[in-house]
Design a protein around this ligand. Sequence first.
Ligand code: FAD
Length: 431
Amino acid sequence: MNFRPKVAIIGAGFAGMAVVRALRDTDAEITLVDRNNHHLFQPFLFQVATSILEPAEIATPIRSLVHDMANVRVEMREAKRIDAARRVVIMTEGDDLAYDILVVATGARTSYFGHESEWAQHAQGLKTLPDALAARNRLLTAFERAELETDPAKQARNMTVVVVGGGPAGVAITGTISEFVQRTLPSDFRKIDLRRARVVLVEAGPRLLSAFSEAHSTYAMQALRGAGVEVRLGVPVSNVDAEGVMIGGERIEAATVLWCAGVQGVPLARTLGAPLAPNGTVKVDKDFSIPGHQDCFVIGDAAHLIGPDGRPVPGLASIAQQQGRFVGELIAARLAGSVPPTAPEPFLPNKLATITRHEGIAEFAGRSITGFVAWLMWGLLHLRTLSDGYSKIAILGNWLRLLITYRRSARLIVEAPSETNAGESPAMKAA
Ligand SMILES: Cc1cc2nc3c(=O)[nH]c(=O)nc-3n(C[C@H](O)[C@H](O)[C@H](O)COP(=O)(O)OP(=O)(O)OC[C@H]3O[C@@H](n4cnc5c(N)ncnc54)[C@H](O)[C@@H]3O)c2cc1C
């Protein structure tokens, strides 16, 4: 009987799926493990959080993505630890998974810079679908409470949103929330004066979008201010609690605090015993293997690599896909006994950011574009990466509607009832 190498891939994100596609015609026995049953398109998470898109439009069942790949088995479970010496992955449930070749593509998670236990419960992160739905619930519930409130201070707190982190995700969600509050909600509410609502973006560094040119940082700041956002630069958050945030020496009372400030490696990657960068991502060799283990690869946001500009390669979908494709081709060449591909030079990706529904920034091949054309480029280039054709059509429809009318259909507060308060709405629980 022929030997069929066992390839285990942990994580069905951009990087993991690219490995699977590159190995589809090999003899390998592939096990694709993910703790979720869906592949998530994270770049559009902020549009779920702001009621523009529905979850199903940005997530695809993993099984449907590999249904025509006979050599791929999908397991929905969570990897807990890797024993590289024994070549097994220990799971949170079920048997250990033995492998000949392992690819760790587990992405990154939100970092609260050492304040996870105090701040995470109050400042909603934005990495997963539950995160986006929780952010949407918080935002919509706060305005529902404001409509009922008679105390002016409490009403003002319910109408204040603070976003922490002035990178692409923070800028995008802040601009979108401000438009939502100023343009969409006024026709829904009778009592509250939405011109008094505050949307505040807080960035600890000296400028927004630090990966972009200074001119574009200024452009983004002006566009946000034009959309009614208060931008605070150079002020780190020093505390977050249930009722607001402290920035510098200033207290901002806010019912909705969203955290887009940092990412860190996932705990699983630490169990490899490989050297780590300060943020917990795994330092990899040029071919993405880890020192001393040629058959164990770490790719995508979980990996730490220095780019041609001397800075760590940024966590981007296109880069995760490039790395996944390369590692898949490398494994396929090893299995076939053919010449392995040379490692790709980490490339400097196109930089795209969206600010409001008609303002964006694009930097690519030495050129720069701002305004609606850049917004369109951002939208169409990301849409091209989506794997599901029906979702593309649905998203285009939602964007068109937003562009023409400012209407957003997904303005729903949907929370899973807990056992103790099944049937209560979030507003009732808070009362
Ligand atoms: C809000 C937001 C906006 C973004 N905007 C952009 C953008 O505009 N452009 C861009 O290019 N990039 C953007 N990114 C970054 C981009 O989404 C990431 O770089 C990309 O998703 C990384 O791919 P990955 O495969 O490494 O990880 P992920 O896509 O995060 O996939 C990791 C997978 O591993 C699974 N997993 C994790 N741990 C375990 C475990 N222990 N056991 C089993 N499964 C596990 C997860 O469930 C997940 O499916 C954005 C990210 C966020 C959060």
